[in-house]
Design a protein. Structure first.
Length: 219
């Protein structure tokens, strides 16, 4: 519990959600582990009510699940969960890519990829690279100009982040080898402006990640 940062005194439920989410993504609370209101409230120095609201937000994001008389737990990472999340993401990525053509700032995307390349060369952790990876995709979704599409992305974004971190932690070395080139290709295709090519590449980008993850979870 010492690894959780104290919550600020503004928007305590949101702060609690942010801190607990950070802890889950950092592996402090592994998949399937319980997250207890009393302990979290003491660690974050907030009320149980703020923690309860924060956990409700994380449940809407799909990071935790609550059951009557069983408390709240971080989601388990099963093959079925992965297939469900990544099939939804593949569809969303195709739509986002199509919608972002002519709208997204390619210079912003290019700078994000350049930052990935610099961080990779300087030995940054894979989790740092993944944070830039997620930011890259956030930029595309925001540029697509479809509020409902953006809401759908936010509904699975935290789960995607957790699954991707799991893929890396389970020993997928090729992530570091391909992350820069894969995202440069997305920028190139968006610049070329072919909706079908953008959608196909975006969907395959997701399906490739799923294949690797399913292989790891099966082991």
């Amino acid at each position: 519990m010492q690894l959780l940062r104290k919550a600020d005194r503004r928007g305590l439920a949101d702060e609690a959600a942010d801190r607990i989410r950070e802890a889950i993504l950092a592996g402090v609370f592994p998949p399937g582990s319980p997250v207890r209101e009393v302990e979290l409230a003491a660690s974050l120095d907030v009320s149980r009510g703020s923690v309860r609201e924060g956990l409700a937000e994380l449940e809407r994001e799909g990071l935790v699940r609550s059951a009557w008389h069983r408390g709240t737990k971080v989601i388990d990472l099963t093959v079925r969960d992965a297939e469900e999340v990544y099939s939804v993401r593949a569809a969303l990525e195709g739509l986002a890519g199509r919608g972002a053509i002519g709208r997204v700032d390619l210079d912003v995307l290019g700078r994000l990829v350049d930052t990935m390349a610099r961080r990779l060369a300087s030995g940054a952790s894979s989790s740092e690279l993944l944070a830039l990876d997620i930011e890259f995709h956030d930029t595309i979704y925001e540029a697509a100009g479809n509020r409902r599409l953006l809401d759908a992305w936010h509904a699975v974004r935290s789960q995607v982040h957790l699954f991707q971190l799991t893929r890396i932690r389970l020993g997928y070395p090729d992530y570091r080898a391909v992350v820069v080139d894969e995202h440069r290709e997305i920028v190139r295709l968006l610049d070329a402006g072919d909706p079908d090519a953008v959608a196909h590449h975006a969907e395959e980008h997701v399906r490739s990640a799923l294949r690797v993850l399913v292989g790891q979870l099966d082991r």
